[in-house]
Design a protein around this ligand. Structure first.
Ligand code: G1P
Length: 303
């Protein structure tokens, strides 16, 4: 069927966030703020800009703060109204716009990104869907997912966001194989998860934005069955990248790599997180003045 629209997005948020301990001991890593907004809210805003109406969060027992964040807080709203803090009241109310559905599913076992996505199979049905990894924060004039949704309208095939990564970091990304240099979009020949530099088919790494055809869920389900057959002990994680690789050879499926416009921060790493904070701080009206002064070396004025 042609002219399908992407209206569902999966947010896999069940990870333990061990790289940010102790901050993430009792607080989900997706709730860490960049200046004054949690990472997951940036991701949700990007999805809504792209036309997503159903937000599917794959969570676990320690992630209730995410549900609370997108729920109404009557006590807070009452207080803000009473004290006439109307700007703040509007900001708080806008976190969950009308006509947007938030759906929460539990991933009972930490079996990887592929398994997290498989958890949403019955909600996705046969529709195309987006996946957003909130760790990858992207600042762009037009949101990255909105750019991809626009391309999807034209090609009606799976699309993955990619960008050049340093060769010594290919082992941190899914790396795509493409026929030649391309400016914006290219059909994938293959994809491999976290290869060492000498095995990497290119220096183009997958960042956490995907638009996928529902066929991938059948592939993930078959992979899961294989995993189960191999016994519960020592069960490896189900990789989304492996399923995409299978999707490429499955039926008539094509998968495209898309070089987005925008600046991406790897907020899954401490350095990336601090850089993102500086970047967004320099754009934030309440923070930019002091931050600029410090960065220009006028630290004494502030202390
Ligand atoms: C995941 C994917 C990887 C992708 C990366 C983007 O890895 O498995 O293919 O390149 O996200 O952030 P993770 O960072 O969760 O280890």
């Amino acid at each position: 069927m042609k002219n399908k629209k992407v209206t569902k997005a999966i947010f896999p948020v069940a990870g333990l966030g061990t790289r940010f301990l102790p901050a993430t001991k009792a607080n989900p890593k997706e709730m860490l703020p960049i200046v004054d907004k949690p990472l997951i809210q940036y991701a949700v805003e990007e999805a809504i800009e792209a036309g997503i109406t159903d937000l599917i969060f794959i969570t676990n027992h320690s992630k209730r703060a995410i549900e609370d964040h997108f729920d109404t807080n009557f006590e807070l709203e009452y207080h803000l109204e009473k004290t006439q803090k109307l700007d703040l009241l509007n900001q708080v109310k806008a976190i969950h716009p009308d006509k947007i559905n938030c759906i929460y599913l539990r991933q009972a076992q930490p079996l990887g990104l592929g398994h997290a996505i498989l958890c949403a199979k019955s909600l996705i049905g046969s529709d195309p869907f987006a996946v957003i990894l909130a760790d990858d924060l992207i600042d762009a004039k037009q949101g990255c997912l909105s750019q991809m949704a626009q391309v999807y309208q034209e090609i009606q095939q799976s699309i993955i966001a990619v960008e050049k990564v340093p060769l010594n970091k290919t082992n941190q990304y899914g790396i795509i194989s493409v026929p030649e240099n391309f400016s914006r979009i290219a059909k994938l020949n293959g994809i491999i998860e976290k290869p060492e530099a000498n095995k990497a088919p290119s220096d183009l790494g997958v960042v956490g934005r995907y638009i996928l055809e529902a066929d991938i869920l059948d592939i993930l389900q078959n992979m899961m069955k294989q995993h189960e057959k191999s016994g519960l002990a020592n069960k490896p994680e189900l990789q989304l990248t492996d399923a995409i690789s299978k999707l490429l050879t499955h039926n008539q499926n094509e998968v495209y790599g898309y070089r987005f416009e925008g600046k991406r921060f790897d907020c899954g790493s401490k350095a990336g997180y601090v850089l993102a904070t500086l970047h967004y701080g320099l754009k934030h009206p309440e923070v930019m003045g002091e931050l600029n002064a410090v960065l220009k070396g006028n630290i004494l004025e502030l202390t």
